[in-house]
Design a protein around this ligand. Sequence first.
Ligand SMILES: Cc1ncc(COP(=O)(O)O)c(C=O)c1O
Length: 350
Amino acid sequence: MYLNLYETCPVEPVRGEGVYLVDKNGKRYLDLLSGLGVNLLGYNHPAIVKELKDIPPFLHLSNLYLHPLKEEVASILCSLTGMDFAFFTNSGTEAVEAALKFAWKKNPGKIVAFENSFHGRTLGSLSTSGMLKEQPFPRINTEIKFLPWGDAESVLKENPSILILEPLQGSGGPRVASREFYKAIMELKKHGTIIICDEIQSGLGRCGSFLASQRLGLKPDIVALGKGLGGGLPLGCVLLRKEIASTLSTGDHGTTMGGNFLALKLARVVIKEVLKLMGHAKELEKELHGNEGLGLFIGITTERKDEVMRKMLEEGVIIGKSARGIRLLPPLIIKKEELLPVWERIRSLL
Ligand SMILES: Cc1ncc(COP(=O)(O)O)c(C=O)c1O
């Protein structure tokens, strides 16, 4: 029997259509959570469907082979982010694991992370997830200090080897911190701290720029991507600077399936499409009064999240929650006239 470890939604979907999920009775739900942020282009986007019709020469080609497609997607991602190298993984948490290992190889020592952060469920990323601090599982064997999110002063008191942050906390937010906070993080970088930005939820155009860090003045040394990168197929990526890549050698890290051929084909489509949509995400942000997030990474603090979620579901709208309140991750294709009335309705229920 399937082991369900999730608090599941009572909808029984049979198909997806753009921004909607349709259940077995034909009821349409506006999906403002997009498969936990994966479906950046909504369901069955024509460009994705078209790409799927083009049967690739192989579905999987292991990392024992180099292929121009891998180089092409890596180069596109590097040029969009100003990074030098890309390594592909299967998931977000594996991108974080690789990011931590790569940072460690260059600069081993104390790690700073943030309260209420979420970086994934495998043991390395779990160890740096403030939100999972109380979970009864082992941690990686190094000092990890959790600082209050958004507190510039406490950042400036530290001198860690590695700092990991979500530019906007997702499961713990979404909430943009102050300019001073991001400046303080860049100050640490000047003293040699390796900055890892976990952009698994905030990246790929969701925040109105390719990476949220680009809007927030962060210049990370390592970036982790995941969620929507594979267009609905499992794909993560670690982007890194050459100074870090140069410390890595064959065998330092690996993955059997990471960088799966079909997932990379879809990634190329996703990247092309989100580049067209991120300006739209930035425009919509201006209309979302009360949004504490950035672009279409939408958050609002409330203690009434469960009631609001239930009520919205009755009204045919799927929304998400976070530790602070309500979290919306709509597909970037959503139209203003689809999003704004629902946003106002959510606010009226707070
Ligand atoms: C910011 C962040 N980091 C890491 C992860 C883990 O990604 P995955 O579930 O693909 O392992 C998530 C997933 O929600 C995330 O939001």
